[in-house]
Design a protein around this ligand. Sequence first.
Ligand SMILES: *[C@@H]1O[C@H](CO)[C@@H](O)[C@H](O)[C@H]1NC(C)=O
Ligand SMILES: *[C@@H]1O[C@H](CO)[C@@H](O)[C@H](O)[C@H]1NC(C)=O
Ligand SMILES: *[C@@H]1O[C@H](CO)[C@@H](O)[C@H](O)[C@H]1NC(C)=O
Length: 707
Amino acid sequence: MLLLLILSFWGPAVLTSGQVRPLYGTPRKTFTLSSNRGHVFREEGVWNYSTMLLREDIGVLILGAREAIFALDLANITHKKSMVKWEVTPEMRKTCSNKGKNLATECQNYIRILHKMPDGRMYVCGTNAFIPTCDYMSYTDGILALEGKQLDGKGKCPFDPVQRYASELVDGELYSATFMNFLGSEPVVMRSLNDTIRTDFLTSWLNEPIFIGMKHVAEGKENPQGDDDKIYLFFSETAVEYDSYTKLEVSRVARVCKGDVGGQRTLQKKWTSFLKARLDCPLPQTKLPFLMQDVFLFCPGDWTTCVFYGVFTPQMDMSQYSAVCAYRIEDITEVFSEGKFKTLHNENSIPKWVTYHGDVPDPRPGACINNDARQKGFSKSLDLPDKTLQFIKDRPLMDQAVKPPSQQPLLVKKGAAFTCIVVASTTALDGSIHQVMFIGTASGSVLKAVDYNGNMVIIEEVHLFKHSEPVKILRLSTTMGQLYAGSEVAAVQMPLSTCDHYTSCMDCVLARDPYCGWDLISNSCIAINSARPDTHGEVVQSLRDGNATRCPAVESTKTIKLFHPGNMVRLLCQPGSNLARVQWRVNDHPVENSNMYHIQHNTLFILNASDSDTGHYTCTSVESSNGKDYVTKIATYELRLWNIQMDASVQPQVQEQRNTLLALQAVVTILMLVLVALVTWNFYKGHITIARCFNKTEESPRSMSSY
Ligand SMILES: *[C@@H]1O[C@H](CO)[C@@H](O)[C@H](O)[C@H]1NC(C)=O
Ligand SMILES: *[C@@H]1O[C@H](CO)[C@@H](O)[C@H](O)[C@H]1NC(C)=O
Ligand SMILES: *[C@@H]1O[C@H](CO)[C@@H](O)[C@H](O)[C@H]1NC(C)=O
């Protein structure tokens, strides 16, 4: 008996009906970390892997956790190169506990700050049982070592491990945003290590802030007006500018100038350039502003091309929507350098923040020292007149809000809250450049998304951490082509793309992953950057259109399946992606849920199968891309009644297995070849006549095969 595995060839059917719309905000594919060639790092007894410093210059990832710092191989973070412990002493732990803090959770040293110094050493701070402390750390000859300096970390590092903070190290000076007292009532934005300069303790400057991120934009060297480098701070705080009975939180962007050294009399040792503005991520149908959770600075060219990408989640609302908004630096600059100010106005003795319409002193309050100011004789912030300084001390808030271009988010998605974001840039096959967003979520996954002319595609979702541990930090290494993520339980890494998990041309092209293309010669989904230029003519990529019509015909397997009458038959069909729909047909008639059939996700159940259920079953996966429906035949089954006369050694369950079928096919082929050889030999020898020969060859396959 011969059971043949038939390979049938199907071309990609293209319909133009557009019936199947991509599900908005659904990742096209779902992968696990291991299927994406990820690596995991975890040290026994160590938790809270939430601080990272990429040291591409020495090939290590510095990972800060609770009471420990690790140096991990950037190429494979499972490989621990060195580690150093920084533990709280028992006495300090006791003191901390006596002050009412939790011994097991709060009275520990959580590493919070890790920066590279200009001399190659690192600056590191930890919460240190509510006595924030900093130190220098080196990595030499593969050994990580702390210097044991015990430097005061107040204003640099939070006291409280659950408090959010932000920091940046620029030209050997530390810029930090945190609370500088034990009670957490004194928020501060500070520059330290050399001379200390900070914000004033005024609610008009910082009002119960939650610090999110800090970014340095080095425009000083390139600015035609001789303007200074800026340090941008992103945070949310309780709004002062609304008439509201309830506390309303808003997101803010603030900035200071790198050269700011404070004022002479007014604002001594305080920022003279601290300006802030509301940051909007406008979503229709939401009452309360969304709040920023993380920010990434992306600059494809000089500073004027910089864009801040932020992830936002709702406040006090269970809508489960998250959003990504992007802000151009020119829009932020415009608000700060040309916009109106807000001022506190007493109306019937009720204080209210309103637009300031009066005269603005010169030099403009909050402006950095630029060529214009230098010409007027103000070469540093110490030279600024009191009028300018008093103005900005009282009015650090801009009237206008910063909004994203086209007044809308880049991406809105329902589901697990977004927690962090990094953005990579890559060159596609046609030379076009695309920004690829990697968004961490509260359910432990990372989304990979690209915007193609306003059409947002979520290429994939990768589950990074078990038990839905939230992603706490994301770092990107473009030189390694790797993404690093941290959570409370582990740190992981994965490549920016894993093209070879797309196994068919259509799957590879419909993925619209700018890193991947289908190579028609090697018949595989290859990484575009590593593709040889001379083969590029044979590589298919269609990012904007998701057009897979150039894909060659696809093979679909046909399986013969036998069943006993009265049993339930299960037929499997894996849809091509999360965006695809599965359609079943029997003998060319559509199959629908009924008392005979039950269709469940990727399985068709034939209940109480009988004689009448024999025939051809086909399953197709329909995926819509740019208004076209791409239909792929995934599986074909021929369902037959189990026949007692059939070879008893072949069980119906086994027949499903392709390998067994292939083996059988091979055996039968060999037998047939032997038979043909025998017949030919006999014929040649004249043992049999032509007529008998035909009889024989016609009979043999018939009796054996059930084609
Ligand atoms: C540290 O990790 C533990 C274990 O996951 C978690 O319960 C705790 O909340 C984390 N602590 C901080 C301060 O993040
Ligand atoms: C990564 O490093 C670990 C530990 O050194 C090692 O066991 C593993 O084989 C490495 N994996 C790869 C893919 O290099
Ligand atoms: C430290 O401050 C002094 C005086 O304000 C200044 O001259 C020096 O350049 C600063 N050092 C650095 C590294 O910025």
